[in-house]
Design a protein around this ligand. Sequence first.
Ligand code: ADP
Length: 171
Amino acid sequence: NKIHPCQISNYGFSYYCTASAGRERTLIAVKPDGVQRRLVGQIIQRFEQRGFKLVGLKMLKAPEDLLSQHYHNLQKKSFYPYLLCYMTSGPVVVMVWEGFNVVQTSRMMVGSTNPAEAQPGTVRGDFSIHVSRNVVHASDSVAGAEREIQLWFNGRELIDWDCCDHNIVCE
Ligand code: ADP
């Protein structure tokens, strides 16, 4: 009988990368300013080197009806028309990343909404200065991520694959 790596752990059960926790997914989008500034590669690199798995990726000019569903909770905000204008100003690169705790960790990696408050080392803290041009989107909850992934991708566009280092980066 082979010993599964989980059985030789020194940590508590809550740290185990259970099948469902390890399959958590989030939506990350490089916004039009990030694409224009050729930051796509650097942003992808951060998620790869952190240990997450890319399961979906595409470039598109986002239609307004898709954006209005994506930002449905912001429609009453005064900046909403400007947000739509910005998000339709050029192509976006949308991605689905998978891995343990990926929603929360991605939000940390992306940094505060307002770049003036984003820590250095975060995407927004390193690459942006103004809240209306903050380079990247990351889902803010597991439920939100599920909703956004369904909105931007159809099932056939998401790839189930095994990453060979899965048991190295996650218990
Ligand atoms: P986040 O993108 O960090 O989840 P929100 O959902 O609150 O933040 O806002 C969505 C997007 O709307 C922001 O990323 C930003 O592009 C834009 N935005 C938010 N607040 C403002 C603001 N005060 N002025 C202009 N644009 C804003």
